[in-house]
Design a protein around this ligand. Structure first.
Ligand SMILES: Cc1cc2nc3c(=O)[nH]c(=O)nc-3n(C[C@H](O)[C@H](O)[C@H](O)COP(=O)(O)OP(=O)(O)OC[C@H]3O[C@@H](n4cnc5c(N)ncnc54)[C@H](O)[C@@H]3O)c2cc1C
Ligand SMILES: *[C@@H]1O[C@H](CO)[C@@H](O)[C@H](O)[C@H]1NC(C)=O
Ligand SMILES: *[C@@H]1O[C@H](CO)[C@@H](O)[C@H](O)[C@H]1NC(C)=O
Ligand SMILES: *[C@@H]1O[C@H](CO)[C@@H](O)[C@H](O)[C@H]1NC(C)=O
Ligand SMILES: *[C@@H]1O[C@H](CO)[C@@H](O)[C@H](O)[C@H]1NC(C)=O
Length: 499
């Protein structure tokens, strides 16, 4: 009897308190979460401009920074269940490197920013426990002293969670496949506040869809347990060539892609780029050797081409990643395709890149960046994947070594971004049409390079993957919180894969 009265009293006190905490952000603060940043505070301002691409900087009501899994549970419970949050949407952000508006942030909603969850620990069993908000440079720095590393991003400031849940192409990918395929276990907070593990033995359906399916479709990943790799130093760096050596580069890259399996320690990214800081248009390649062999024969064709400059040397994984970064301060507009390893397609893409560069110089603001880069996606990535339970990318349907292309223009203002987006869609359509006309278009798009709003990477994984992703969403998020209440990112609900 008295128990009921006390309960009733507590309930009315809670109701009054909830009414007082009239905004969702106040409710988050009221629940004891320490790092809730309201507009017009220095901490808010710092997070607000902390995105790689200016396109992704929006205007959330507040940022909340959980410090651990328990904080993420508390955050999700408030966002999903508190009356003050009924009409408030939220976004999830880790490294904040996804380039498009609405991928990792939200206007007039709450942005759950995992930047304080950034630790890396090497466990005695050869597993590295990596928190989602870490940047790859800091991850390597933590592991280098032990002569270990993990298969992660090539550029130091890229974040862990977006990279891993989208796939992850690394210096080490020819040896181990996509970075996602080197994850042994994901710890995930689901929409109902439950903490689950996803691995080969537990929730293996969730394990598979998290490897490429875009993490924000299923829950919030709070820890990645990754197989650590024993390393010594790497060899490599950045080389710059004059654009007149285009044909030699394309020939060298074609041979590279055809022979990836023959030299797994090697990694190459070939880019044609226009950057004011580089004085205009150049060919800029990354060449790396994860076993530290100096200028191995696999790189001969590239290294024989006379260079303007290069930084090739022996260095740690940390130093190699520190060296690489795209320029900040731009609004990034990206388009990605996958094509067969055919010189006609490379030449068409480089022609289109040159055309876009010249067009923008005359029509737009000359302070822009343009790039088109080529990366091998060999058949062996899938073989590595299958050995660890398989990912969701659907590349098992592709029976040859193909090439991924990223086509970029980055500009300074909102108006120019609108114009650049129209252009990139038109140029992307031309790339796809040309590749299709020579039977060279591969129906696969890399989520981490795709343009939000005009590309549909999830659907490109194929019917079987769509069915698995829909089933996992229905099972682990039955009320669709991560589809509708958390709309940021590539969503099944917004994809042909989900229909
Ligand atoms: C300069 C630069 C270099 C790059 N280099 C490479 C490269 O070498 N190889 C490569 O493959 N890609 C590369 N990328 C692409 C990169 O993989 C993606 O931008 C990736 O999404 C970045 O991860 P993030 O954690 O920084 O992303 P964020 O922008 O924080 O998040 C990306 C997406 O993941 C979701 N998400 C974030 N955290 C979580 C979480 N904990 N749980 C669930 N969902 C979450 C977000 O909601 C968002 O939709 C690069 C990008 C840039 C800008
Ligand atoms: C409301 O906020 C206050 C102080 O910020 C806090 O003590 C209280 O627990 C909150 N109540 C609810 C229901 O969130
Ligand atoms: C956050 O950044 C966005 C984009 O630059 C800007 O429009 C907005 O006004 C900023 N919000 C606050 C509260 O300063
Ligand atoms: C983690 O983030 C905090 C806050 O930004 C920063 O001070 C710290 O250096 C980071 N730690 C690592 C290991 O990156
Ligand atoms: C790492 O490798 C270096 C060079 O081979 C060696 O000197 C050092 O002792 C190693 N460190 C550990 C922790 O094994």
């Amino acid at each position: 009897m008295s128990g009921r009265v006390v309960l009733f009293l507590l309930a009315s006190v809670a109701a009054v308190a909830q009414a007082q905490n009239s905004t969702c952000c106040e409710a988050l603060r009221g629940s004891g979460l320490e790092y809730v940043y309201f507009r017009d505070t220095p901490a808010y301002q710092e997070r607000n401009i902390s995105y790689f691409s200016v396109s992704a900087q929006l205007d959330p009501i507040c940022f909340v920074q959980p410090t651990g899994t328990a904080d993420v549970v508390k955050t999700v419970n408030i966002l999903v269940k508190h009356p003050a949050c009924l009409d408030t949407k939220f976004a999830v952000r880790s490294g904040g490197h996804m380039q498009w508006a609405g991928s990792n942030n939200i206007d007039d909603g709450v942005t759950v920013d995992l930047g304080l969850m950034n630790s890396t620990t090497l466990e005695s069993n050869g597993i590295a426990a990596v928190q989602p908000g870490a940047r790859w440079g800091a991850v390597y720095e933590a592991l280098d002293p032990f002569n270990y590393t993990v298969v992660g991003g090539r550029e130091h400031a890229v974040g862990v969670a977006g990279f891993l849940t989208g796939g992850g192409n690394s210096f080490f990918s020819a040896r181990f496949g996509f970075a996602a395929d080197t994850v042994k276990n994901f710890e995930v907070v689901l929409a109902n506040g439950e903490v689950v593990n996803a691995n080969l033995n537990e929730n293996s359906d969730l394990f598979q869809v998290l490897k490429g399916g875009g993490g924000s479709n299923y829950g919030i990943v709070t820890r990645f347990d990754m197989y650590a790799v024993a390393i010594t130093k790497l060899w490599g760096g950045v080389g710059i060539w004059d654009t007149s050596y285009r044909e030699q580069h394309i020939n060298a890259h074609i041979k590279w892609v055809d022979n990836v399996e023959k030299y797994p320690p090697g990694s190459t990214v070939m880019a044609f780029t226009y950057q004011p800081v580089l004085g205009g248009s150049v060919i800029l390649n990354f060449h790396h050797d994860t076993e530290g062999h100096v200028a191995a024969p696999a790189f001969d064709d590239f290294l024989a081409i006379p260079q303007v400059s290069n930084t090739f040397r022996i260095a740690s994984h940390t130093e190699m990643a520190d060296e690489l970064e795209l320029p900040y301060g731009y609004r990034n507009v990206w388009f990605t395709t996958a094509v067969r390893n055919d010189p006609r397609i490379y030449n068409k893409i480089v022609d289109l890149h040159n055309q876009l560069t010249e067009e923008w110089k005359s029509e737009g603001d000359p302070d822009f960046m343009a790039e088109t880069n080529f990366q091998a996606i060999p058949r062996s990535f899938t073989e590595h994947s299958l050995a660890n339970g398989g990912n969701i990318l659907g590349l098992d349907q592709v029976n040859e070594n193909v090439v991924m292309n990223l086509f970029v223009i980055a500009v300074r203002t909102r108006d120019l971004e609108v114009k650049a987006t129209e252009k990139i869609k038109a140029y992307g359509a031309q790339i796809e049409a040309f590749a299709a006309s020579v039977d060279g278009l591969v129906d696969w798009r890399y989520l981490n390079y795709a343009g939000g709003g005009y590309q549909d990477p999830l659907a490109s994984y194929g019917e079987e993957s769509s069915a698995k992703m829909k089933a996992a969403s229905a099972k682990y998020d039955p009320t669709g919180i991560f589809q509708t209440k958390s709309p940021a990112g590539f969503k099944l609900s917004n994809s042909r894969a989900g229909s």
